[in-house]
Design a protein around this ligand. Sequence first.
Ligand code: 13P
Length: 268
Amino acid sequence: MSHGHRRPIVAGNWKMNGTQEQAVTITRDLLKGFHATPQIEVVLFPPFTVLQKVGELLRASSISLGAQNIHWESKGAFTGEISAAMLKELGCKVAIVGHSERRQFFGETDATVRKRLKATLEAGLNGILCVGETLQQRQQGKTWEIIETQLQAALEGIEPLTAKAQLIVAYEPVWAIGTGQNATSVQAQEVHEKIRRWLAGRFGQAAADAIRIQYGGSVKAENAAELMAQPDVDGALVGGASLEPKGFLSIIESTVQTKEAGCSTHSS
Ligand code: 13P
C-alpha cells in the first residue's frame, strides 16, 4: 500500500519522567539538534507539570506539544483529572488516549477510552489512540481479536471525516513496551496492515489511507529504520528513548530518510 501521502509522525512520550530542570535540558538539547522539515511531524508528551515550560521552549519550533491523558468532562468535581480546555490553553495539539499503562495500572477501560477520545476530537485536538495485545494474548493467538475490540469500542460514534482529519492510531504491543524487545518489522506491519483494513471498513478507504498508524514499543535509534521501512508504519511513539535527545533525534532522522527513500521507490 502506498504511503507517500501520509506525513510520518514521531512522538516522544516521556511518561512520568522529567522535573522542570530535566525537562528544560532535554528540550533544549533536542531543539539544538533538530532540523525542521515539512516531511515529518514531531510531538512531545511531557508530564502535565512541565507542559507550560516545554511549551514555551517549543513555541518557536515546529515541534508540537501533547498531553499523555485527558478527561472527558470540561470541568467540575473530577479530582486529579485535566480537561481538554486546560490542555489547549497550554498549547497542546494532541492527546494520547488508552495507553496500555493506563489500561493496566489505572483502571482505564474501553468505555473510558472512548469518552476520552470523543472529548479530544470534539475539542479540536488530534487524538493518538493506543491499542495493543499482551504477551499472553499474542501467545493465545488473540492479537487481532483484542485489537479489533479496542478499535471498535474506542471509535464508536466517530464520524469518518473527523477520524480522517484528527485520528492517529498507535499500535503498542504491551510485551514490547519498556522491555527492549521490539516487535519485528514483520510483526508490526502485519498488525498495522490489519488496522488499516479495519479503518477502511469502518471509515472508508480515503480516511484509512490518510490516518497515520504509529508503532510503539522499544523503538530506538538502532531499530527505527527497519520498522519505518514498512509501508503501513507511519511513525513511532517512543517512550524511554525519547528522554535521550541524541537517540530521539536519530529516530526522527531515520524516519525522514526511510520514508523519503520509500516514497521515491513507490512513486517511480
Ligand atoms: P518504550 O519506548 O519505552 O518501550 O515505551 C513505548 C511507549 O509506551 C510509548 O507510549
